[in-house]
Design a binder for this molecule. Sequence first.
Ligand SMILES: *Cc1c(COP(=O)(O)O)cnc(C)c1O
Length: 434
Amino acid sequence: MTQATNTLTSTFTPTFTKLISKEGGKEYPLKAINICEETFAPLEVAYDYDLIRRLVSRESIQAGPNSIWRYRAFLPVESENPIDVGTGMTPLVKSNRLARRLGLKNLYIKNDAVNMPTLSFKDRVVSVALTRARELGFTTVSCASTGNLANSTAAIAAHAGLDCCVFIPADLEAGKILGTLIYNPTVMAVKGNYDQVNRLCCEVANTHEWGFVNINLRAYYSEGSKTLGFEVAEQLGWKLPDHIVAPLASGSLFTKIHKGFQEFVKVGLVEDKPVRFSGAQAEGCSPIAQAFREGRDFISPVKPNTVAKSIAIGNPADGVYALDIARKTGGNIESVTDKEIIEGIKLLAETEGIFTETAGGTTIAVLKKLVEDKKIDPDETTVVYITGNGLKTQEAVQGYIGEPLLIEPKLDSFERALERSRTLERLEWQQVLV
Ligand SMILES: *Cc1c(COP(=O)(O)O)cnc(C)c1O
């Protein structure tokens, strides 16, 4: 892996040119800048696409590393050696049993539950953000996190030898907290929700010269999510799907999958075609879904109350852009209850052998709802994005799954237990049938 990276980067030319405000178009230099000082809008990285077109081909990408860095010409970094911990190139699985259960013929699962190193899609954005942080001279990195981002930032900072201080809401799942502490960063557990954590971090960013991956480095960080679009297009045989379904927290990931597809079209790596974008939220934190349903083009912030903590952002920074993409592509934004989220987790596990966290349960439940409401055509190529791993949110399914059968180390004890469980199964079936 290291060697592949070295040969690739020795001929590398940076392709990113400036930061541009998403409202008003004011331009900024390639520094650590939070938002547009005039309109307070997010900033977007701009590239020289003529240069990218000359630098890359399907073959050059395929000859690159087996990680997100095969797409480095589309990422805002200039280092000889970006931080490559094997992030990306997760499986795109053709669904059989889930597809049949839902009545779909061409369903694919993009499985970032097995992303490296910390089992969520956040490893993509953090690999890019910390590479850029190092380039900009930061020695301490930080983030405001709903859990997975803290895991990624702490792990990849450890790998890169950067000091790390992360901020999380104090009431996160045990697996998310332990999965951060193990890398030995400073962890600030804030008595408040994510939006309060984020507000605090914006204040800290003004007083400390730290690289906050999702605040002053956000423009670079969010570009990492484009690789979720690039990989799917490459894994489908250099084709775009017809429909994607992805979870929405801040809305960033959703908008960047869209940007990724558009960039591949722009440089001629795939043929243009319409792709519908559908988004998933938990009902207990669904400001974007509510705006979609009510036909509004602004977001009214909400106070989160849901089991899906990783996507519980009440005041989503990229909400209006996600809304716009769903509308203009003919997609939908739906929300589901906590009960449906847990059923979604179980459905994916039982049909595909993939154990996802609450965000993935939300996405599967919304996929099911969209099919039932005839908003997904059974024949269209649909990609559902699974963004995190279920072992991190075990509390969510505790009490909703079976229990092991406790037996003596004796054959007859086993036989009796097996008979009992089969009788139970038959009884359950009879209950289903009556
Ligand atoms: C952060 C996160 C998301 C959503 O990310 P945004 O880009 O903020 O919309 C989705 N799934 C998981 C598991 C996450 O951790």
